[in-house]
Design a protein. Structure first.
Ligand SMILES: [Zn+2]
Length: 499
């Protein structure tokens, strides 16, 4: 008697594949089922082995060839499968065997994630199972993503997040076929990345002082060494996830300015909300040298094409009253403090471009006239900047607070609202759709959420977003998603996420 037998109606893959044909019958998987891979597909076989090892209580056998008459799970790289694009795959399950084939390593990895979801939910429990064999329903799947940027952002700048939580965040991203981890490193609470030459950044005396959350909690202490940040990059890369680092400039820089007040304008702070300091003095050579040094060290850690420089929410009033900033405006004949801001962003842009990287920033940077080669992350849908930015030639990543800020309560941003989100901006011509790289969910930590609160803020809303960015638009169906999410919730429950 096999346990965990699945009916077709039980097939519940999130995100929904491009095409899935269920066939009668099932494949019987047990601890002796060999995984078959050659050198080119070994990474995918090992990823599957890693995923099932806890449940099996042993390492599956990996073989180079399919033995006659032995039902196997085959992983095969085939560069001729051009229809799959750079991330797609085919997955076929018959009673005789399972085969995952793709032209790319990423595609094989996504095939593995789908196969995991065809196994019973108990496989996610991270402990040996009493049963000895399980059925996988016979299916024929062809699958590839709609968007190339399928992102989630984690904010370690308003509040520190411990390293193990970052690895867990990445694991959950991989299960849902996300491929961009936007790491919002620094903000008003803390600058938690070690920067050689600037040890005061990690002095807890300079943490943001605000208590947030319910009950009110301070900013958590802690920081990442550069070796730890590299380990995050490596861990994510092994799951086909790029890490896009963000150092938010010229605003949102309170902890840096508390640690090094000489980077601030030498005039009294313009009081904005309850923040003690906010933005760098854009005419201060020491501040500019610091920003360049930080970027230089960031580039050495993070190989991603895009580097996020923030650029958002920075009032210019302090620069208005600063004699140092005003002297620079006069000397360079800039158009006031907005010209100074533009000059600064152009400098950062050139700095990154000359080192082979591309700049991305929040949509405020579009208003400051950056080059069209820089990408724009749209967070303020009400300003309707998306269509003008795309029309000007910018790539867009859609991250609107109206639908994709997962730190907002479920009452404000319910699951069905996330699911209904359409990344292609209204009013943008269809032939310009390639400019939309994709979309991204944001987990801001302004309210100092606990790990359990972060789980509940991210899930299941990230499941809905996964489908928005992966599945074809015409495939999206709320009733189908709701049904599949019930089954998927059993998997996530085994991973400690319950809603
Ligand atoms: Zn100044």
């Amino acid at each position: 008697m096999m346990s965990g037998s699945l009916l077709y109606s039980d097939i519940a893959i999130i995100p929904e594949p491009t095409s899935l044909k269920a066939v009668a019958g099932c494949f019987v998987f047990n601890g002796s089922t060999p995984l078959v891979a050659d050198e080119a597909s070994m990474t995918a076989a090992l990823a599957f082995a890693d995923a099932v090892r806890p449940a099996l209580g042993r390492q599956p056998h990996i073989s180079g060839i399919v033995a006659d008459g032995v039902a196997s799970i085959v992983f095969r790289l085939d560069t001729a499968l051009v229809d799959c694009g750079s991330e797609g795959y085919c997955l076929d399950v018959t009673s005789q065997g399972v085969e995952i084939v793709s032209p790319s390593q990423a595609g094989l990895f996504y095939g593995v994630q789908t196969l995991r979801q065809l196994l019973p939910a108990v496989f996610f429990a991270n402990k040996p199972l009493a049963e000895k064999e399980w059925s996988i329903p016979c299916v024929s799947i062809f699958d590839k993503p709609r968007y190339q940027w399928r992102g989630l952002m984690l904010d370690t700048g308003h509040d520190f997040q411990c390293l193990s939580n970052i690895f867990r965040f990445i694991d959950l991203m991989a299960l849902h076929k996300f491929n961009v981890f936007h790491w919002h490193i620094s903000d008003l609470g803390t600058f938690p990345l070690e920067i050689d030459g600037y040890p005061e950044l990690q002095n807890p005396a300079h943490l943001g002082k605000r208590l947030r959350g319910n009950p009110p909690r301070p900013v958590k202490q802690g920081f990442y060494t550069q070796a730890e940040a590299r380990a995050v990059v490596e861990y994510a890369a092994a799951r086909y996830i790029k890490v896009v680092p963000e150092i938010d400039v010229p605003g949102h820089s309170q902890p840096v300015l508390l640690a090094y007040p000489e980077f601030d304008c030498p005039t009294p702070m313009y009081q904005w909300q309850d923040f003690e300091r906010w933005e760098y003095c854009l005419a201060n050579p020491k501040a500019m040298a610091f920003i360049e040094e930080v970027l230089q060290q960031i580039l050495a850690i993070f190989p991603s094409e895009y580097v996020h420089i923030g650029g958002d929410e920075c009032p210019a009033t302090h620069w208005e009253g600063c004699p140092v900033c005003q002297a620079k405006v006069a000397k360079l004949k800039l158009d006031g403090v907005e010209g100074l801001r533009k000059h600064f962003l152009a400098h950062v842009e050139t700095f990154l471009n000359s080192r082979g990287r591309r700049m991305i920033g929040w949509d405020d940077i579009f208003q400051s006239g950056v080059k069209k080669e820089s990408a724009v992350m749209i967070w303020r849908p009400d300003l309707e900047l998306a269509v003008p930015a795309a029309t000007a030639g910018h790539n867009l990543v859609m991250a609107p607070h109206s639908h994709l800020y997962f730190d907002y309560s479920e009452a404000r941003t319910p699951l069905d609202k996330v699911y209904s989100y359409e990344p292609h901006p209204e009013g943008l011509a269809e032939e310009m759709s390639d400019l939309v790289l994709g979309a991204q969910g944001q987990l801001w930590s302004d309210n100092h959420p606990t790990t359990a609160e972060i789980d509940r803020l991210l899930y299941p809303r990230s499941c809905a977003l996964a489908e928005v960015v992966w599945s074809a638009k015409e495939q999206r169906n709320w009733e189908s998603f709701s049904r599949r999410l019930q089954r998927h919730g059993e998997r996530l429950a085994k991973l400690g996420i319950v809603w």
